[in-house]
Design a binder for this molecule. Structure first.
Ligand code: CAA
Length: 258
């Protein structure tokens, strides 16, 4: 499949999607969001893919929704034909593990799409922000909901109300990103993490992701019950028997479902 605004490749069991609109700092135009949704759907279907990496360029992960496209929209046209709903659903509801590798700007919809991934690894040059307020609107792709869950109310309010950017060090301190590495090491670090994930049992990795995501939707008692039931169900998997046998036999596990 030939894409115009993204690049897609596989390395072993890892699928890599690179946002590729350098002329617009990877602004998320309709064409790009459509292609991203298609690429994710293809990786979702592909049984040989165990983890996906979403990245941009060194200068920009994505500088937000395409303001030049948004400029001419009105309320009714956005309501009737929401350009983001399908793509955001395809990222937020992507069932396999997905890592955001962020270098440079991750602003507005760019920050929001990174937060839809399971975790973010950032380069030292990364800058995160929700600057929509400077455009006379507020975040519209989950920023007001995911950012406070990630960094707490105070910093989310600060970022969304002032529109300021936060550097990688502050983002790591705040809990938005899992690791910060030098820009030159970003892709190696992310690929190493993705390859490690892709060697695990895929159903177990997916269930782990599902359980952690459930913690943001339900109360503790319900969440713990969900976890217990899923944990118990994993004892019907060959991969559970293989993983535990491999430990006892002091060898590496060979998971069937991966
Ligand atoms: N949409 C459309 N085009 C964009 C863009 C965006 N979000 N961000 C950058 N570009 C374009 C610029 O217009 C410019 O194009 P031209 O060369 O044709 O003029 C090109 O990318 C390079 O950008 P700059 O010249 O501005 O680069 P810079 O290094 O001086 O500044 C920046 C970088 C600070 C990121 C600046 O580009 C910027 O502020 N971008 C907008 C960030 C923003 O407001 N994002 C939120 C968008 S709204 C949103 O995302 C809503 C939502 O929640 C869904």
């Amino acid at each position: 499949m030939a894409y115009k605004t993204i690049q897609v490749k596989t390395e072993g069991r890892v699928g890599v999607i690179t946002l590729n609109r350098p002329e617009a700092l990877n602004a998320l135009c309709d064409a790009l969001t459509g292609e991203l949704a298609e690429a994710l759907a293809a990786f979702e279907r592909d049984e040989d893919i165990g983890c996906v990496v979403l990245t941009g360029s060194r200068k920009a992960f994505a500088a937000g929704a395409d303001i030049k496209e948004l400029q001419s929209r009105d309320q009714v046209s956005l309501y009737l034909n929401d350009p983001f709903a399908q793509t955001w659903e395809s990222v937020a509801r992507f069932r396999k593990p997905i890592i955001a590798a962020v270098s440079g700007y991750a602003l507005g919809g760019g920050c929001e799409i990174a937060m839809m991934c399971d975790f973010i690894i950032a380069s030292e040059t990364a800058k995160f922000g929700q600057p929509e307020i400077n455009l006379g609107v507020m975040p519209g792709s989950g920023g007001t909901q995911r950012l406070p869950r990630a960094v707490g109310k105070a910093k989310a309010m600060d970022l969304c109300l002032t529109g300021r950017m936060m550097d990688a060090e502050e983002a790591e301190r705040a809990g938005l990103v899992s690791r910060v590495v030098p820009a030159d090491d970003l892709m190696d670090t992310v690929m190493e993490a993705a390859e490690a994930i892709a060697t695990k049992s895929l159903p177990v990795a997916m269930m782990t992701k599902e359980a952690i995501n459930r913690s943001f939707e339900v109360g503790l008692t319900e969440g713990v019950l969900f976890e217990r039931r899923v944990f118990q169900s994993q004892f019907s998997l060959e991969d559970q028997r293989e993983g535990m046998a491999a430990f006892a036999e002091k060898r590496a596990p060979h998971f069937k479902h991966r």
